[in-house]
Design a protein around this ligand. Structure first.
Ligand SMILES: Cc1ncc(C[n+]2csc(CCOP(=O)(O)OP(=O)(O)O)c2C)c(N)n1
Ligand code: SF4
Ligand SMILES: [Mg+2]
Length: 283
């Protein structure tokens, strides 16, 4: 059992030794410590996750939240944020989870610019169910569900997010923990929808350490325009890492709630019944 710190639970860690999820876990804890140092207590941070190897991070982090369903963490995160806009809400999602079954939730949360943060653990496989190809696996990738190799071109999560309106879009690599942690922090501090694709080797079903160690590079600076960001995200011979896009735009929750907090300003049971009665009597 690992030594418990203020952000780690006593839950037994069952990730495979060497899994990229360890880097994500450590980078996130460092980002939370930085946020606490800026004056935000961890009680104001809430997490959610889908189902998969990535989602076990929910068990290991000593932070409150709601353990969601496969493909539904982003819907859950939006509900949490709208229910209590004082919370910084982070959804941990898998590539199968968010690019497959849950893709419509991801697209609409970005389109709305809901003030939530999504960290996508991209290991290129459905890891927990033993390595089937996902919508982001490269063409030709062989898994137990497609022994002859994938016939499909992969989706590019960064390009999708840029093109549906996400206001903060980044890509990071789980083995570059310091840079990952800095990007996590910036994503959580961003007002609006933030998305970070984290390249995460799966040592059991898709060991990409060598590929990423050789082929990733950090972009020098954030793009000046949407077009520049989209162009950067299109690069295929090498894999760019860093913050592609970061703009200010009104958020869905601000426009919907107009300063109201449904949690702290909720009506009592009697007030709710009174309102229903007066509504019914006016019919
Ligand atoms: C609604 C629903 N569909 C499918 C599953 C089966 N399932 C559980 S984990 C998983 C794979 C998750 O893959 P990914 O989201 O990439 O996460 P990883 O395990 O790779 O971290 C699947 C398909 C499920 N639990 N619930
Ligand atoms: S199966 Fe892959 S993603 Fe899951 S814990 Fe093992 S190495 Fe990590
Ligand atoms: Mg996966």
């Amino acid at each position: 059992m690992s030594v418990k710190d203020s952000l780690t639970t006593y839950e037994e860690n069952t990730w495979c030794p060497g899994c990229g999820n360890f880097g994500i876990f450590n980078a996130f804890k460092t980002a939370i410590k930085s946020i606490e140092a800026l004056g935000m207590p961890k009680s104001k941070i809430a997490i959610t996750a889908g189902i998969g190897c990535h989602a076990k991070i929910f068990d290991y982090l000593d932070i409150s939240g709601i353990y969601s369903l496969h493909g539904r963490a982003i819907a859950t995160a939006q509900g949490m944020r709208i229910g209590n806009p004082e919370l910084t809400v982070v959804a941990f999602v898998g590539d199968g989870d968010a690019m497959g079954e849950g893709i419509s939730h991801l697209i609409f949360a970005a389109k709305r610019n809901t003030n939530i943060t999504v960290f996508m653990h991209n290991n290129g496989v459905y890891g927990l169910t033993t390595g089937q190809f996902t919508p982001v696996s490269p063409k030709g990738f062989k898994g137990p569900s497609n022994l002859q190799g994938s016939l499909e071109e992969p989706l590019n999560p960064v390009r999708i997010m840029l093109n549906v309106g996400a206001t903060f879009v980044a890509r990071a690599y789980s083995a570059k923990v310091k840079e990952l942690s800095d990007i996590f922090l910036k994503a959580m501090l961003h007002k609006g929808f933030s998305f970070v694709e984290v390249l995460q080797p799966c040592v059991s079903f898709n060991d990409t350490y060598d590929l990423y160690n050789k082929n990733t590079f950090f972009i020098d600076k954030k793009a000046e325009s949407f077009e520049e960001a989209d162009e950067l995200a299109e690069i295929k011979d090498k894999i760019p890492l860093g913050i592609f896009y970061d703009i200010d735009k009104p958020t869905y929750d601000d426009e919907l709630l107009k300063g109201r907090n449904l949690y702290t300003q909720s009506l009592s049971r009697d007030e709710r019944l009174g309102k229903i009665q007066s509504l019914l009597s006016s019919l």
